[in-house]
Ligand binder design. Sequence first.
Ligand code: GLA
Length: 383
Amino acid sequence: MTARIASAFAARFGGEGTLYASAGRINLIGEHTDYNGGFVLPGAVDCSITAMMRPNGTKFVRVRALDLDAETVFGLTEEDKPDEAWAHYVFGVCREIRKCGGSIGGFDAVFAGDVPSGAGMSSSAALESAFAYGLNDLFALGIDRFGLARIGQATEHNYCGVQCGIMDQFASVFGRRGNLIRLDCRSMEYSYFPFDPQSHGYWLVLLDSTVKHELADSPYNRRRASCERVVEAIRRRCPRVELLRDADMRMLDQVRSEITDEDYRRARYVIGENERVLRVCDALERGDYETVGRMMYLSHDGLRDDYEVSCEELDFLNGQARSFDVAGSRMMGGGFGGCTINLVREELYDDFVAGACKAFTDRFGHEPKVYPVVISDGARRVE
Ligand code: GLA
């Protein structure tokens, strides 16, 4: 991929620039908890967006998206927002850097990647993080890694219409080979969790339904609004509750008659999921992967029934995992399509993957994609 990018850069702009990359992510557990101030347990994966970049001494940015065979030019002021949706990520990063005082000029860039898009593996965070990391380095801005993740998140909020949490950009920037990251999304304290399921006889594999239903952005924002309404109701009794992370089931039950049944179920899921992340961390420390797997199934149940962000294809793949007696399985990411993450005992792996793919194809008429998970490094300069 780097050779392809370098030769496209030379052909389009002449010479060469510096290469930067950032990764897609998985999340073992802790879905829709980040914007509620809760815990997540993601890790970067071995697929990434790579960009070759070079300052061009002008006030304009020229970017080529190799995989889309598309190119655009934009200036660096708010009025210069390009029309192309893919370019909003790059434009947003430039704007957010400028808003926090980073003085960047124009540059030329060519990027490409192998993070499957729409799979729930955060290709957009990988794109934002590659550019944020690269611009920080090229223009010697001195922004720390937290700042870079925040720039990516603000890009989603202000230029892409998704009121996302910090998990994806955080994982993409902070990812470390062989480690998951337990992040407390309220205090932003984090710790690396060595994660090597294979040494315990388990493999982690993603089954990508390759579907993306409706525009996932607006239901996502609606889920967030539900959580905020519940917090408001709870706060009237317990003012110290600022985020759903601070609430427990007793507090939620106290306000049950003051909120809709739908909002109640949304909050019940989030409170349960937060606890599950902590239980999974404890189980991982003991090497107890069966408990990890059970928590994954419970997470899926909540995402399907209470949070209602699953879909028929994901439920089907989850059902396949159950029928093959796979240790754990759940839908991953924002939902409404994308993939399931599956924790599979080694001896079941081949049968499960082949069986689930066949059953899915028989049922839906197209094959799912299979991605074995390799936990890898996040944002970096590529030498
Ligand atoms: C998307 C968002 C994240 C997070 C997940 C759900 O990936 O970008 O911030 O909320 O959904 O866990």
